[in-house]
Design a binder for this molecule. Structure first.
Ligand SMILES: C[S@@+](CC[C@H](N)C(=O)[O-])C[C@H]1O[C@@H](n2cnc3c(N)ncnc32)[C@H](O)[C@@H]1O
Length: 369
């Protein structure tokens, strides 16, 4: 069984997610705006879910249809081979979105899609009533420029939910974005990595997972674990394969934060992620950051002055931190901020900037190397 799959991702991360999929040996990998498409089989679906660091979820493409009217949407969806995927007792809630299209009422589209799938499955299973008492096969639709794409969501909770961060601080960074920052910093487990504004520890934890090559999705469940056509053994094999690829080495990763509560949370999260032995967390003022050793990487997401504090307070933090890191010898820095005056107040123009989105907040990753 081969099918097309789609990995939605945060804007700006498409290239990185595509790169990850190619490294996982996926076929026909194509990056588009906000998503990456590829083709593969059941093993690939499972492998992508367990191993992807920067993708948000893995969707199975069930079909595409023109959808200028409700009739077109209904007919198109009814013609798709839903019985290949949803068994007689499968529960199939429907959600979705529409953009730049004639059909814009989401509740109405939801009803039409649901009805069309019901009408497809009823004769196939020779029943008048689908109980939907079994495993969840979440249906998603995306209508864009009057074309609807129908998906099944194999992940369930978003892939950024690794299972190590049930409690966050005031402004936690999405795990997928933290993993992307680690990738953009080209960290390979060799240098000292520091995050002087570590909050709940997301960046040090993602750096540690990358360093030991641990699949980020080993400690969580997926909706498709309960799918009838995804054998349990495939999950077991994919987990074993991922564990076999882990490295055992010595790594130097440090996280600091001025807030003792953040450090406590970071320690708990790191323990949950199984990387507490390779990260050192300390209560520390970023303005006092100093290291004697030449070379290292700072990957961090200091306060923006948008969610955590006021802008001027954030500027003062950048100013003091900028002064502290001036003394470092041969270090690289990757600093994420949405603050428009970041470079000026930090005191140095970045070599390169990359636009990234932390949820709805447009940020720049300021790169110094
Ligand atoms: C945007 S949050 C970082 C979020 C973090 N990346 C996470 O995933 O949870 C910024 C953090 O900087 C910390 N902070 C603020 N001022 C600081 C200072 N002067 N020195 C060190 N940490 C500071 C805050 O306590 C907060 O946890």
């Amino acid at each position: 069984m081969t099918f097309e799959m789609c990995v939605p991702c945060l804007f700006g991360l498409e290239g990185l997610a595509a790169d990850e999929l190619r490294r996982l040996d996926m076929k026909d990998v194509r990056a588009e705006n906000g998503r990456v498409l590829f083709t593969g089989g059941i093993e690939d679906l499972v492998k992508a879910n367990i191993n992807l660091r920067t993708g948000e979820r893995v969707l199975v493409v069930v079909g595409r249809t023109p959808a200028k009217t409700f009739d077109m949407l209904f007919e198109g969806v009814r013609n798709m081979p839903w019985e290949k995927y949803i068994p007689i007792d499968g529960a199939f809630p429907v959600k979705g979105h529409s953009l730049n299209s004639a059909l814009f009422s989401i509740p109405d589209c939801q009803k039409i899609v649901k009805k069309a799938i019901v009408e497809r499955l009823k004769p196939k299973y020779r029943t008048e009533w689908l109980k939907e008492s079994g495993a969840k096969y979440q249906v998603q639709f995306a209508i864009m420029h009057d074309e609807a794409t129908l998906y099944l969501d194999s992940s369930g909770a978003g892939l950024h939910k690794r299972g190590y961060r049930p409690v966050g601080n005031a402004a936690p960074l999405r795990e997928t974005l933290a993993a992307a920052m680690v990738k953009l910093a080209r960290y390979r487990g060799r240098e000292l990595v520091c995050d002087p504004f570590c909050g709940s520890g997301t960046i040090p934890i993602e750096a540690a997972l990358a360093a030991i090559n641990r699949a980020p999705g080993l400690n969580r469940g997926y909706d498709s674990q309960r799918w009838l056509w995804v054998p349990k053994q495939v999950w077991l094999d994919a987990r074993d394969e991922a564990i076999d690829k882990e490295y055992k080495g010595t790594y130097e990763i440090w996280g600091g934060d001025i807030d003792p509560q953040c450090i406590e949370i970071s320690k708990i999260n790191a323990k949950r992620a199984g990387v507490d032995k390779i990260i050192k967390f300390e209560v520390a003022e970023a303005a006092d950051f100093c290291r004697e050793t030449p070379g290292g990487i700072i990957i961090s997401n200091p306060p923006y002055g948008e969610r955590v504090m006021e802008r001027s307070e954030a500027e003062e933090i950048y100013r003091k931190f900028g002064r502290a890191v001036k003394k470092l010898d041969n270090w690289k820095m990757y600093l994420l901020s949405s603050h428009t005056e970041f470079e000026r107040t930090f005191g140095k123009n970045a070599v390169k900037k990359r636009k990234l989105y932390n949820g709805m907040i447009k940020c720049d990753l300021f790169m110094y190397y």
